[in-house]
Design a protein around this ligand. Structure first.
Ligand code: ADP
Ligand code: MG
Length: 338
């Protein structure tokens, strides 16, 4: 008699959840990305105990069809891609169909959702299993509440840091969303304290101001550049304002905030000697390109990406920043004649 067996869906989901939902911030990221993919123009986030006790993400996006809502919690169920062809032309933030299944398997979830032309529904799930389904009245959009995150994965619960640290990770995610999607009104509150509030004007500078304050971002330079493959816009907070970590360099590729060592290095090379040793700039780099040039299917949480023409983009970033900053510092300070 053999000893190999297929794991149950619920166990498989819980194992997979380890890769997608490491901590409350990863849940916030996945749910906010879902709201963005649903075309939301307003997203509200409410948190208790840095999301560990409870978090609610509300959006005014297109909502779920009543017949889709349950399926959305099945692993690899997605509306965003349908075949291999789509996999190489990803225009949405999600596509793996893993987040809702993973999140629901390690928490208690309530989904309220309504499409324009459909009736509203509410589902509750416990460890990924449906416990209730009912009709409700609400406006178009979706509200997802996640409670008791990781209550059934004690090892993960133990690994979580203090509320303060988990909240900092959430704020970092939300700030990046604000920079990448300035056209979306983002509001987040933790136990009565506002974490971020943007006005959805579409202007990255206003998003920068709401995160760092008007004072800090005064004199921010905007530089643009392009090659045949890439269109680049850089928002460079004046070089006198520096930080002790590279975390304030935000790279946004086709609307997705990513981590990439080579591109970050290209930004720093662009500044060259303008930065004191051990200090780093506040920068938002936006790049648009053909989705064929970027492989986002490298990491389950999609933080890392692979670019097929990385060196070309590095060169463009470095040169655009270098030129803009050198022009700025070369402008002679006009002293009035005596
Ligand atoms: P993915 O985003 O990779 O498709 P998810 O597990 O995050 O996978 O979501 C599964 C599906 O549920 C999505 O493809 C989408 O159709 C639907 N969905 C999730 N969140 C929302 C939302 N906020 N509004 C509308 N539809 C949503
Ligand atoms: Mg998703």
């Amino acid at each position: 008699m053999g000893i190999i067996r297929e794991l149950s869906d619920s166990l498989a989901n819980r194992i997979a959840a380890g890769e997608v939902v490491e901590r409350p911030a990863s849940v916030v990221k996945e749910l906010v990305e879902n709201a963005l993919d649903a075309g939301a123009t307003q997203i509200d986030v409410e948190l208790e105990e840095a999301g560990m006790k409870r978090m609610t993400i509300r959006d005014n996006g297109h909502g779920f069809y009543p017949e889709d809502a349950e399926l959305a919690f099945v692993r690899h169920a997605t509306s965003k891609i349908k075949d291999e062809h789509d996999l190489f032309r990803i225009k949405t933030l999600g596509f793996r169909g893993e987040a809702l299944a993973s999140i629901a398997s390690v928490s208690k979830v309530t989904l309220k959702t309504k499409r324009e032309d459909q009736e509203g529904i509410q589902l509750t799930l416990d460890c990924g299993r449906l416990t209730d389904r009912s009709a409700i009245a609400m406006n178009r959009g979706t509200e997802l509440t996640v409670e008791q995150l990781f209550f059934n994965t004690p090892a993960r619960l133990k690994y979580l840091k203090t509320t303060h640290t988990e909240l900092a990770a959430i704020t970092d995610i939300l700030n990046r969303v604000a920079f990448a999607h300035p056209d979306v009104k983002l509001y987040a509150v933790h136990e009565g304290k506002v974490l971020i509030q943007t006005n959805g004007s579409g202007d990255v500078r206003q998003a920068l101001a709401s995160v760092y304050g008007h004072q800090t971002i005064q004199g921010t330079l905007v530089a643009t550049g392009a090659t045949a493959d890439y269109q680049l816009t850089c928002h460079l907070v004046k070089p006198e304002v520096t930080r002790a970590s590279k975390n304030y360099i935000t790279l946004i590729l086709n609307g997705r905030s990513v981590k990439n060592f080579a591109l970050t290095q290209a930004v720093l090379n662009g500044y060259h000697t303008l930065l004191p040793i051990g200090r780093f700039p506040i920068v938002v780099i936006e790049v648009t390109m053909d989705p064929l040039l970027i492989d986002v299917n490298v990491h389950p949480a999609k933080r890392e990406v692979r670019l097929s023409k990385e060196a070309e983009l590095c060169q463009l970033i470095q040169e655009t920043i270098r030129l803009t900053l050198s022009r700025q510092t070369l402008i002679p300070k006009v002293t009035p004649p005596k």
